[in-house]
Structure formats: structure tokens, C-alpha cells
Design a binder for this molecule. Sequence first.
Ligand code: TMP
Length: 217
Amino acid sequence: MRGQFITFEGGEGAGKTTQAERLAKALNNAGIETLLTREPGGTFGAEAIRDLVLSGTSERWSGLTELLLMYAARLDHVEKLIEPALDRGVWVISDRFTDSSMAYQGYARGLGKDRVEAVHKAVLDDFEPDITILFDMDPVMAMKRVETRGEEISRFDAESIEFHKVLRDAFHHIAEKNSDRFRTINADASRDAVHTQILFAITQKYPDLAGQLTDGA
Ligand code: TMP
């Protein structure tokens, strides 16, 4: 049976990466083979594009160039890693995917929904995740988390708080329009509470997993 494709979305500093690892463990404990990956990145070529697109000043790339770089990385990722894994029956969890392009490039960079949809159609046709978990969080709190994380600040982290507020609204809008695929969780809560919300969302979507998903800590 084909695997399921789960994506995590949201602004910066919402804790997606840690939670993706924890969900992967919970699924593994339930006997489901899982592959954890991220965007931009996930393959050798896509990780090289990630370095290009995340480093440098905000003006380094225009919105459209950024979009095309994201989709170049994404095509490599889908063709070489995601599709083959799903075909083998493996469940794939990606830390970000196409909804990030719509929110960041389409809305926050102002390219517009139609442009992003046209590129999506040309590159990936109607390929999309089976379920998307949106990590919703106050951007002011989230940026404080990013600052205290001690990691390198990316071109996107360095954007203004206004940019991050636009992003949050953009994700809400995208989630509303795709309400059958999206589940929104409150990422301001404790790590344990966020994990519980995610397990709940997954068992709602996959009722056969009820009672099998235990804490992936
Ligand atoms: P992250 O992996 O630390 O979240 O960093 C990835 C950054 O790239 C994040 O700021 C969001 C941005 N991004 C886009 O702008 N468009 C995209 O399509 C993707 C996948 C990420």
C-alpha cells in the first residue's frame, strides 16, 4: 500500500522540526516505516539549493527567483526521495512543502496566488500532501524563540515582524481554503501539549491508528 505524505507548515520558530522527529518516532513505534525530510532540501541537490536561497541578504533573490529555486529543489526532492518512498509504502513527513511557497513567495513576497499555482501545476501537476499540520503561533513570541535558539539567522528570519505577521495571516488563509487537508494546532503550548495535538490530528485522519499512537518522546 502506498505511504502517506504528511507536511508540517508555519512561520519561523514554531518548533516544527522537533515535533516532526517526535511524530516520526510515534509512527515507527506503531510499526509504520517513516521517512523524515525537509524543504528546501532533502536530497543532495536540493540541499545545495537550500544553501543558495537561505544565505545572503534579503535582496539577494527576487520573489520569483526564490519561487523558482524552491520549485527546482522541490522537484528533485519529490522525484528522488518522496515519490519512491511513498511507492515503497513508507510514510513521509516533510518539515515544510508547497504551502510555504504559497505563504512566503505568493503572499509575503507579493507574487500572488496565480503565479505560484501556475508554477506548481507546471512542475508537480496536482501532487499534494495527504495531511498538513499548521503550527500557528504569535510571530513576536516565535521570533524571540528564533533569537534564543543560537542558530545562524537565515534571510527569512531576518525579515521584519510585519513580514512574519503577513505570513501568519497567509497560512490561515491557505488553511481555510484547503480545510479538508489542513489541521491547525496551537504551537504556543508546551512541547508535550503540541505533540498531543498532533497525535490527535493524525488519528482523526487515520482512525485505524487510534490506540496505536503513543508518545514519541
Ligand atoms: P527552516 O527550514 O528553518 O524553516 O527554513 C526554511 C526557510 O525557507 C523558511 O524561512 C521558509 C523558507 N521557505 C520559503 O520561503 N519557501 C518555500 O517554499 C520553502 C519550502 C521554505
